[in-house]
Design a protein around this ligand. Sequence first.
Ligand code: ZN
Ligand code: ZN
Length: 485
Amino acid sequence: MAGIYERIPADEQPEEKPEQDDSAWIEDNDPGYETLPGCRPPSEIQPITDGEDDPSEKEDPYMFIAPRVPEPLTNNNNFVEHRPKSKLSTVCTGRRRVMGESGIKLGPLDFRKLESVTASQRTKWGNFINPWDTWKMPSATGVLKWKLCSKNNRAIPSKSVLDKTLPIVSPNIEEWKTPPSSGIRVSWLGHACVLVQFDGITILTDPIFSMRCSPSQHVGPKRYRGPPCDMYDLPSIDAVLISHAHYDHLDLPTVKFLNARFGSSLRWFVPLGLMNWMMKAGCENVIEMDWWQENGHPDHMKITFAFTPTQHWSNRALHDNGWYLWGSWCVFGPNHSFFFGGDTGYCEAFSQIGRRYGPFDLAAIPIGAYEPRWFKKPQHINPQEAVQVHTDLQSSASIGIHWGTFPFGNEFYLDPPKLVKEEMEKQGLNPDDFFTLNHGESRLLYEETLDYEDASTMCETGSEGDIPPDEAMFEESGDDKSMII
Ligand code: ZN
Ligand code: ZN
């Protein structure tokens, strides 16, 4: 008898032809594409109507959302086996799909979606592969050569020294409880985990609170800087973004904890191929997405999430090569936008993302684990390439992530932020626009409120003429303590 999480064999899947309207979006010889969980053609994605037929909402190109109720946990979930299997050879194309003018469904007036972008790619056996010429799969001999022959310059010192050079600060957990009324608050929780709050939503990226990123807590890479807080200190999380399945980005104990604590009010945004893994972990409110797909959050109707490419890989074991896709996430609210890069080598993806979705108010870009270059370059950008990504994305402000926590790259442990600053200066950019935070530290960007003292100072210096501050500054907001600029 089939268990609740067992996938239905491909040859037992009901054969559903894609609708004629979407034939350009789904290739004719790719009938399995639409059966992939979470990978629906745009025609099946319901525009937000809130029960009302509001034409103004239909005009918003980002207002697409999946059905409110998650797919039920039944045997009829039509999960397609993603692992290599000969029967799937007719289901998955090995060719590069490019969506463009006749491809992805366009939002009205969003001319940027006319430009072609690179779609995800699979082998004829169904394994995800990188479509980028800049990719090279790390080999076992490469790993051995790196571990045995490359010079290790990390020089990670004792805890007492680390407490001075790479301090862990106690986060302001009271402040976390409410997203900022204006602006974006970003907090670094170590490695690629950031807590981002804006436009009323609270998002966590690639959360890991375990000591080791490994299948076992007895062996494997161990963090040299602990988490800045307990998971119980976290505020109510609306959405978690998972970039890929590597253990330092998808940590089972953390996933289980967050799921137990927040249940289905927390929506998990994951790459294609991870739905089954997430459901086995107990998560029900999961959206599994392909590159360039957009989706939403039932409790935050005005926020849109788009999954976008990176150049990486996503193994969790020796036998699961290409089972899970990898990528980055773009989040758009009414006032602010956020990009989460996860883990990546440099490739053409970032200029495509910048052209389609940029500029971004905030981008979280990996800056560490990049040495030695002969081995790490295809999968991890270095600080110089991170600045290029910042530029490609048209990011106004970027935070460096994926450094200072686990002993991965061979570079000196404090080099990543230092080299980012140097590269920003070299490129004639403002070094403050690409910053790093201490573990547990928060920063509020784009706060739009000035206090009374600032407003008075502006008036005294004549920046608003001779109009008294109570008339010049507060007349629009109607608030006697704040103003909108
Ligand atoms: Zn990775
Ligand atoms: Zn990583």
